[in-house]
Design a protein around this ligand. Structure first.
Ligand SMILES: O=C(O)[C@@H](O)[C@@H](O)[C@H](O)[C@H](O)CO
Length: 364
């Protein structure tokens, strides 16, 4: 198992690549969408939450990420000793009509195919994505974690209807009237995913890129009046069965699964790792269940993290694990300190897990 660090767009700097290596990371997961343009500005630093207008304006609908940009990023990371493992999340500006089934569907499918091909050309093996209309929304921050550390959580259902002009918790049309967007049905949303996979998986196979789906974050059946796909662990299987392929994989978010009511996070880890369907892992800790949960320090929540690591290892998972996000620590660099704490813990836990299984003999 390999340790990686995820960096938001504004954190993709040489200094942060060095920070990642100093924390023990060998791999990098990069976000190219900027989630920090929203109002009100996030006062607690690098944790995207946002209000009813979400994370602010999406990117440039006419400008896809170029192969050159991806190669430059991969090389800049490699210069500091990091392998670029994945890009996480498509820009809603490039694919919103796939999510909401709008008039630009065909153009947006071409956008995604082009992007996946470019990842392949740049030798980036994984594209993480989240197939969701309302996106990652309804979260709050507060001094929820040990020692009053600022962390992300949810304090109840979030039903404020999503307005037209938004998709995936970002603004795609600033001039939109703001009327409520039409509500999809769950069957329509599953059908949109099936059409997406049917179009894009063959391209991903050819490009040598794995698509890795993140579960709905937070894992609610509906958010802002819109249905969601993966809010119970077994719904991940439904995604895999829609289009079986080595390119149809999971961005396995342990924290999100633990937030699912009645979910057995250990059984889910065992199942999907044994199937060989986990492209990479988000590993953070949490207390409570959606819609009432709080993120915690990695050693301090409901999840037995060493147990998750042992299950992953026993199931033969040899991919990248990133801490996803972490509570912000009280100091001059709250995000960095929080991440360094999580990375140190994970580094030690992965090492202990490896030594324990080596002393038990080779894996079956
Ligand atoms: O705040 C964040 O960075 C996250 O919540 C992400 O893990 C997010 O859930 C995924 O990128 C969705 O694809």
């Amino acid at each position: 198992m390999k340790l990686g660090l995820g960096l938001y767009r504004h954190l993709l700097t040489r200094e942060n690549f060095r920070f990642a290596r100093q924390c023990g990371a060998t791999h990098l997961v990069a976000h190219l969408v900027d989630y920090f343009r929203g109002e009100p500005a996030n006062p607690q630093g690098d944790q995207p939450t946002g209000g009813d207008r979400g994370w602010g304006l999406a990117g440039d609908p006419k400008q896809l990420w170029t192969t050159e940009e991806l190669v430059n990023l991969r090389n800049a990371a490699a210069d500091e000793g990091l392998t670029l493992e994945a890009i996480e999340n498509f820009d809603p500006a490039h694919w919103h009509d796939i999510l909401i089934d709008g008039p630009q569907w065909s153009r947006h499918i071409e956008n995604i195919k082009t992007t996946v091909r470019r990842l392949g050309e740049a030798a980036v093996p994984t594209m993480g994505y989240n197939f969701s209309i309302a996106g990652v929304c309804g979260r709050v921050t507060g001094p929820f974690a040990r020692g009053q550390a600022y962390a992300v959580g949810m304090d109840g259902p979030y039903d404020t209807p999503m307005p037209q002009g938004m998709a995936w918790n970002m603004v795609i049309d600033p001039n939109s009237s703001g009327e409520a967007a039409p509500r999809a049905t769950p069957a329509q949303l599953w059908d949109r995913l099936r059409r997406f996979l049917d179009e894009v998986i063959p391209v991903a196979e050819e490009a040598g890129v794995r698509l890795a789906l993140h579960p709905d974050d937070p894992p609610m059946e509906y958010m802002r009046g819109q249905p969601r796909l993966v809010y119970r662990p077994e719904l991940y299987q439904k995604v895999l069965d829609l289009r079986p392929s080595p390119a149809n994989q999971l961005e396995f978010c342990v924290g999100t699964i633990a937030e699912m009511p009645n979910a057995d996070v250990y059984a889910a880890t065992e199942q999907y790792a044994s199937e060989g369907k986990i492209a990479y892992v988000h590993l953070r800790n949490v207390t409570g269940k959606a819609p009432y949960y709080k993120e915690t320090f990695i050693d301090d929540g409901d999840i037995d993290v060493p147990r998750v690591l042992a299950i992953l290892r026993m199931a033969g998972f040899d991919g990248v694990i990133i801490p996803d996000h972490a509570p912000q620590m009280s100091c001059g660099a709250p995000w960095h300190a929080g991440m360094a704490y999580a990375m140190g813990y994970l580094q030690a836990a992965i090492d202990t897990c490896r030594k324990a299984s080596e002393s038990e003999g080779p894996l079956a």
